[in-house]
Design a protein around this ligand. Structure first.
Ligand code: FAD
Length: 470
């Protein structure tokens, strides 16, 4: 029976651990954070120390594609999430009423998700993984380095060494150590690489906090969950048990907006946004937290089409991570994990090189388009913010894909199928590049965008914003 070691017990590590165990592999998940999984979701929210996941108490939303992966592969976990108070949310509820009148379409039910605060999600996942027969989850086990066989051929990972000095052999090591994965350094210390890496600061900073209602309800969204308002955006995410997150997303270069670290000023900015002020009507259950320096980063351990190393698979954020305001990371990670299960089952027996090539091919085909599109969308928005900060009209984009993405923001408000295409992108079902490749979709988008004014969401002008921030 192949022995698999998964490094990191976050969303992807635990999911991979459970799926691979259910397929009959001998799996150990090694998680650096020592704190045990709390008994209850309330304890997880109040006390769970998860230093390994900096964003643990920041806004998190599970997109519908993530729900589908759980439903198909771990229905027991989805049921437990539901029992833990996860919110069932139908993104079609965001559709403007005039479009909704057009009636339902086959497949509309796919836009439903179950979402919860990150500590709640991880508590449910953690408890399920620990109860999984045959799966070993070791918390407080920090991995120090890889053990390898280095000879004349491609270097091969044979296992890992922990900080305690213990070594564990493996037929496959899965790197699910998230954004902070030290894998490239470990490879470089062993004289391997460098692996292909593209990395840039996504350019955004987040200021957010969670609220809870007295009656268990969550505010009704008016407009998109991520709403651009001039030089900032507001992200409003309904969540479990009558809680929700409100986050302001700004350009990290916009120094004056850093004053929003002050909760009173942050509140004043939200209050000045008529479609969003009602999201403040609850009891704050977290401090105002901020996070910047979030990287867009993509890694590919191949050189000239040949794997740099075998015996290892980069998974989830350890493979690629982006600006999180589109809320795709966990769902992409879950899709990636589902791919891992398939490639392990179809290729692990064929040999390390075959496995590495198959893993790369699937990742490139299924996941990389999402990475590229998310980074492109971020750049569109940052260019717009930069122009508006300087009092300029944002320049029309020259690339056709950017033109189409911009046009869709207007066109989708006038066509129910384009609105669904937008939701399919937000839900992590279909990248916009695929939608626009369909017959007539690009033409229809451009036609409707040309015939209608762009809808600007109400909120303070740049001058009013600066005045609010003093
Ligand atoms: C501010 C912010 C908001 C976000 N919001 C959303 C959202 O709304 N929706 C969404 O889908 N995604 C969101 N994301 C992205 C999401 O959090 C990640 O995509 C997801 O957590 C990736 O899961 P992972 O398992 O790959 O890594 P992680 O969840 O980061 O887990 C990595 C694990 O590896 C462990 N580890 C690290 N080093 C070692 C070591 N040496 N030995 C052993 N263990 C180790 C860590 O302790 C950690 O537990 C957000 C991210 C940020 C930064």
């Amino acid at each position: 029976m192949p022995r698999i070691i998964v490094l990191g017990g976050g969303v992807c590590g635990l999911t991979a651990g459970m799926l691979l165990t259910r397929d009959g592999h001998e799996v150990t998940v090694l998680e650096r954070d020592a704190a045990p999984v709390p008994e209850s979701v309330d304890e997880a929210w109040e006390k769970w120390s998860r230093d390994g996941v900096t964003q643990f108490r920041l806004a998190h939303f599970l997109a519908p594609a993530g729900r589908v992966v759980l439903e198909d592969t771990l229905p027991d976990v989805l049921a437990a999430l539901d029992s833990a108070g996860a919110l069932r949310l139908d993104l079609l509820g965001l559709m403007p009423p005039n479009l909704a009148e057009d009636g339902a379409r086959a497949g509309d039910e796919r836009f439903v998700t179950y979402t919860a605060r990150r500590p709640v999600f991880e508590q449910v996942l953690g408890a399920a993984a620990e109860g999984e027969p045959g799966l070993e989850v070791r918390r407080g086990s920090a991995v120090k380095e890889l053990t390898m066989r280095v000879g004349s051929g491609t270097p091969h990972v044979t296992g890992v060494r922990l900080h305690s000095g213990e070594t564990l052999p493996a037929d496959l090591v899965v790197d699910a150590m998230g954004r902070s994965s030290q894998m490239p350094r470990w490879l470089s210390d062993a004289g391997i690489g460098p692996l292909h890496e593209e990395s840039e600061d996504s350019g955004f900073i987040y200021y957010g906090r969670y609220f809870r209602s007295a009656d268990g309800t969550t505010p009704q969204p008016i407009g998109p969950l991520l709403a651009p308002i001039g030089t900032f955006s507001i992200l409003t995410l309904p969540s479990d048990s009558g809680t929700w997150a409100v986050t302001i997303v700004a350009s990290s270069g916009d120094q004056v907006l850093k004053r929003m670290r002050d909760p009173d000023l942050w509140t004043a900015v939200i209050e000045a946004c008529p479609l969003h002020a009602h999201w403040l009507a609850g009891e704050p259950i977290s401090d105002l937290e901020s996070m910047g320096g979030v990287l867009d980063r993509y890694r590919r351990p191949l050189i000239d089409g040949r794997p740099l190393i075998t015996g290892i698979a980069l998974l989830g954020d350890a493979w690629a991570c982006t600006n999180p305001s589109l809320g795709r990371g966990m769902s992409l990670g879950l899709l990636h994990t589902q791919c891992l299960r398939e490639v392990v089952s179809s290729h692990l027996d064929e040999g390390p090189l075959e496995f590495a090539q198959a893993w790369d091919a699937v990742t490139e085909a299924q996941l990389t388009p999402w990475y590229r599109e998310t980074v492109a969308e971020d750049r569109d928005r940052l260019h717009e913010i930069d122009a508006l900060r300087n009092g300029l009209e944002p320049a029309a984009p020259s690339e056709r894909s950017a033109v189409l993405r911009g046009a869709l923001n207007t066109a989708m408000l006038h066509d129910p199928d384009l609105f669904r295409a937008y939701l399919a992108s937000r839900s992590v079902f279909t990248p916009l590049s695929e939608t626009f490749a369909e017959d007539g979709a690009a033409e229809r988008t451009l036609e409707l965008a040309g015939a209608n004014e762009r809808l600007l969401l109400p909120g303070p002008s740049r001058e009013e914003l600066l005045a609010l921030l003093g």
